[in-house]
Ligand binder design. Structure first.
Ligand SMILES: Nc1nc2c(ncn2[C@@H]2O[C@H](COP(=O)(O)OP(=O)(O)OP(=O)(O)O)[C@@H](O)[C@H]2O)c(=O)[nH]1
Ligand SMILES: [Mg+2]
Length: 201
């Protein structure tokens, strides 16, 4: 279990509150409730709830910035497109997420999370297309893999790759619950950021 030194350096409700720093950033995006905050906790070894895991979807409403060992910054984004909140609130969140992606020069990687039990929604594809067009390096992460029986796992991963027209073996399957894939994802993050962490992964 990594015990990295984590600093919650900022919480932003609007772009003016985004921190200014030179750290490489990795952002976690995805529909509400896919497990962004949980994965962030699994990566950092933060206690459950440190990154505000929600019992009710649509809980994370601001952008949280976590510095890891003072070397890179993990960014917990609010879930997009949660239907149960008012249209106005939803539009506000979308604007916030977009302004993050548009203006972040030190962004090295966007992790786009999808729940392995739900086929990709129109929204997931739109965000993926938009990230690709914007030339933001993107990792597709399939979450909650512990929920799938062993014999369906490989098929589901292949199915997502086909549906999203991805190259084989590009999806990273993870579980925040049993930590499957967490080290693999760390590998991709550190590569992309060009950073080494001193404490063992
Ligand atoms: N079984 C299982 N449950 C998970 C996993 N990751 C997250 N969950 C559960 O899924 C729910 C949502 O998790 P969050 O981490 O809050 O999801 P989020 O994407 O941050 O949600 P928003 O911030 O509301 O967009 C919680 O009840 C978590 O306990 C996982 O790997 N396995
Ligand atoms: Mg969250």
């Amino acid at each position: 279990m990594p015990a990295y030194k984590i600093d919650n350096i900022a919480r932003a409700h609007h772009p003016g509150q985004f921190p200014r720093h030179a750290l490489p950033e990795v952002a976690f995006a995805g529909a509400s409730n896919v497990g962004k905050s949980s994965l962030l906790n699994a990566l950092t070894g933060l206690r459950k709830n440190a990154a505000r895991v929600s019992a009710t979807p649509g809980r994370t409403q601001d952008i949280a910035f976590y510095a890891v060992e003072g070397k890179l910054c993990l960014v917990d984004l609010p879930g997009f497109g949660f239907a149960q909140v008012s249209r106005e609130t939803r539009d506000d969140w979308d604007r916030l997420i977009q302004s993050y992606f548009k203006g972040r020069e030190n962004l090295k990687l966007a992790c786009l999370l999808m729940d392995c039990r739900r086929p990709p929604a129109e929204r997931d594809r739109a965000v993926l297309d938009w990230l690709t067009e914007s030339e933001i390096p993107t990792a597709i992460v399939l979450t909650k893999m512990d929920k799938l029986p062993k014999n369906r796992r490989d098929n589901e991963v292949r199915r997502f790759e086909k549906l999203l027209e991805l190259e084989p073996d590009t999806i990273i399957p993870v579980s925040a619950q049993n930590r499957e894939g967490v080290d693999d994802l760390w590998g991709v993050i550190l590569d992309q950021c060009g950073v080494k962490l001193s404490r063992g992964r």
